[in-house]
Write a protein that binds this ligand. Structure first.
Ligand code: ZN
Length: 307
């Protein structure tokens, strides 16, 4: 009899224990599920935050690159050097009518006709600093540029740094070859030039001895040719060319409130995005009160301190 009662009690106890276990397991399972859901939500939030952080880091990287470019010798640093064509850069930059100068280096190329028709449709005149070897490939270009009212200046015949900056003799040989060519094409000598790399460039120091740029500037000015640099450079000639939207934004941002922005653009065969950027650059600057001019020896435009 006692054994029967004890057996029943055992069974009851076991059933109770099983029920308790089941309840505890269910509670634990529910906690686990809730935790898993919370974890998954947290993971999603973390992934979104990481992606935002990565975007911000990439933007910081871009800005750092741009800053490094500007701080390079030959970057956007106007100076008022005491020389034949000297002027007070601050006075010029900060007063008078707002005139923007679009300049196109390194052409002519297959893009030049489209560039010329774009400028014509916008009723804008610009300045072309041409390269002799390219003029030979497009023999009508220089005359077409000049007859459309644009200015044509000397850039370089070969554009080979190692050759032109090796010595004054080499530089002047290259320079005069293009000067003669342009004179022959236009029936008058060019009165402006832009040195490859600008008046202040570290490349010339690598190839030429004793600060060749200082001699070059003196020599060129004695020929009544004015060297002109730039103070707006959207870096449109780099290998991975920026989109036209990026070119426009950089030009507008760098122009800021300058009264005489000289905008360095390129007429290279890979510079179609530059051509596409021109209408928006023109419209945006006009909306800010700028007119457009061409560079001459009389223009009070930016020139760097010779390296
Ligand atoms: Zn160039």
């Amino acid at each position: 009899m006692f054994a029967g009662v004890s057996g029943k009690m055992k069974e009851k106890t076991l059933r109770l224990a099983a029920a308790v276990c089941l309840a505890v397991s269910a509670a634990l399972l529910s906690i686990c599920i809730n935790q898993a859901i919370r974890l998954s939500r947290l993971e999603k939030t973390a992934a979104a935050e990481t992606s935002k952080l990565e975007q911000a880091q990439s933007q910081i990287g871009e800005l750092k690159k741009e800053l490094a470019e500007k701080e390079k010798p030959g970057g956007n640093v106007p100076t008022a050097a005491a020389r034949k064509f000297s002027y007070d850069a601050k006075k010029v930059q900060g007063s008078g009518p707002k005139i923007a100068y679009l300049t196109f280096d390194d052409g002519p190329t297959k893009n030049t006709p489209l560039l010329l028709s774009t400028l014509k449709s916008l009723n804008v005149r610009a300045t072309f600093f041409v390269v002799g070897v390219n003029c030979q490939k497009f023999p009508d270009a220089v005359r077409q540029e000049a007859s459309a009212g644009h200015a044509v200046g000397i850039h370089s015949w070969t554009h080979q740094y190692s050759y032109i900056y090796a010595s004054m003799t080499d530089f002047m040989q290259d320079f005069n070859r293009l000067r003669n060519y342009v004179t022959q094409q236009l029936g008058r000598g060019p009165d402006i030039c832009r040195f490859p790399g600008g008046t202040n460039n570290t490349v010339s120091l690598r190839y030429g001895r004793d600060h060749i740029m200082r001699q070059v500037v003196r020599q060129v000015e004695s020929m009544n040719i004015r060297p002109i640099d730039w103070n707006v450079s959207p870096e449109d000639a780099v290998e991975r060319v920026p989109s036209s939207g990026v070119i426009v934004r950089r030009v507008i941002r760098q122009t800021g409130g300058q009264h005489r922005p000289v905008i360095l653009l390129h007429d290279l065969s890979r510079s179609t995005n530059t051509v596409y950027a021109v209408p928006q650059i023109v419209r945006s600057l006009r909306a800010k009160g700028y007119s457009f001019g061409i560079l001459t020896a009389e223009t009070q435009a930016v020139m760097f301190e010779p390296s």
